[in-house]
Design a protein around this ligand. Structure first.
Ligand SMILES: NC(=O)c1ccc[n+]([C@@H]2O[C@H](COP(=O)([O-])OP(=O)(O)OC[C@H]3O[C@@H](n4cnc5c(N)ncnc54)[C@H](O)[C@@H]3O)[C@@H](O)[C@H]2O)c1
Length: 330
């Protein structure tokens, strides 16, 4: 199949583009480089030893997207492009709503006009709000606490409404848990433009002395050691989940959690990083962060039953690969 990968130079998109090629698909990447660098394109070319068609374009630019659809013959779309920093979304709500919602509207319009029936969307566990873990796909969605999360809820709703009006469409909503880790080559990983927003890149940047110390937000939650518990998933496993979701996509809207089903606390993640990489991570405990829940982990059985996919890599693999990428990254 020829697959359009939006946001394909970002963290998850780049690993998925690579695996799509390895699985024998043709890949066309669109990215506006707002949170990635062109250099990622050279890196995926280097790893896979093949070329990738790339357009520097903004997915909210409908005219440009139509041009790209007219020039190619896509069989499917994986829509990663989006802004993803929770705290930034609180201070820049309009940018988040505009970018994350209009991009999906533009893409779906193009998909309908150019008869592309397979559509895979990057959703997030954040749509479950304060529901208790393990989180299951058929739970009533929770209240989101920030504009970023709300854009995921709105996008899911838009895609459900599209499915009602255009029942021939096959749409997958993939709710990711906490992707970390990196490609085993050390050439690809999470390299955000600016200050990192997630725990793992924070840890690796403390390890490489780019940041002095790590802030741990709260140690008085009802969890194993008081710190927040999350379901960390290796980005390579997550990327594989996309290939399975695309190849097994069904008509209508299907929702899948992509997580491991296992929770790890902040302190457990720091300890694993220190032990595997033999580096001390200085940290300080600070106030809880508004909007954070105590624990968030998946019930990952549906993706296994219906897609034949499950996460295989361990926390040790994740912290090793994340550091392997960061330590040589320039
Ligand atoms: N990383 C996570 O923890 C996580 C968790 C759940 C869901 N998600 C979702 O998965 C998707 C990918 O996440 P990621 O971690 O790879 O993020 P990322 O920021 O590394 O990648 C997103 C890419 O999209 C590009 N982009 C953003 N807006 C665009 C636009 N309008 N037009 C073209 N390109 C645009 C950025 O330049 C970037 O390369 C996002 O939609 C994100 O919300 C991520």
């Amino acid at each position: 199949m020829q697959i359009l990968v939006t946001g394909g130079l970002g963290f998850i998109g780049s690993h998925t583009a690579l695996l799509l090629k390895e699985a024998g698909h043709d890949v066309v990447i669109v990215d506006n480089l707002s949170n990635s660098k062109l250099d990622v394109l050279q890196r995926i070319k280097k790893i896979s030893n093949v070329d990738y068609k790339f357009y520097k374009a903004d997915v909210t630019d409908e005219a440009k997207m139509k041009e790209i659809f007219a020039r190619n013959k896509f069989d499917g779309i994986i829509h990663f492009a989006g802004l993803k920093a929770v705290s930034e979304s609180i201070s820049k709500p309009l940018e988040y709503y505009y970018n994350n919602v209009v991009s999906t509207l533009c893409l779906i319009k193009c998909a309908l006009e150019y008869n592309v029936e397979r559509f895979v969307f990057s959703s997030s566990a954040t749509v479950y709000g304060e529901n208790d873990s393990p989180l299951k796909e058929d739970m009533k969605l929770g209240l989101t606490t920030n504009p970023y999360g709300e854009t995921k809820v709105i996008n899911e709703k838009i895609l459900r409404d599209v499915s009602v009006a255009y029942p021939h469409m096959a749409i997958s909503l993939l709710r990711y848990f906490n992707p970390i880790g990196a490609h085993p080559s050390g050439l690809l990983g999470e390299a955000p433009n600016g200050l990192p927003n997630n725990l793992m890149p924070f840890i690796t940047q403390v390890a490489s002395n780019k940041i002095k110390s790590l802030k741990v937000f709260g140690n008085d939650y009802e969890t194993v050691d008081g710190t927040g518990v999350r379901d960390y998933i290796h980005v390579m496993d997550l990327a594989k989940g996309h290939i399975k979701a695309l190849e097994n996509i069904k008509i209508g809207v299907n929702v899948y959690n992509l997580g491991t089903g296992k929770g790890t606390s902040v302190l457990e993640l720091i300890n694993a990083f220190e032990k595997i990489n033999n580096i001390k991570i200085p940290y300080e405990i600070v106030e809880r962060r508004k909007g954070d829940v105590a624990a968030c982990f998946a019930d990952a059985t549906k993706a296994y039953k219906e897609l034949g996919w499950k996460a295989e890599l361990t926390i040790e693999d994740m912290v090793r690969d994340a550091w392997n990428f960061e330590k040589d990254y320039k």
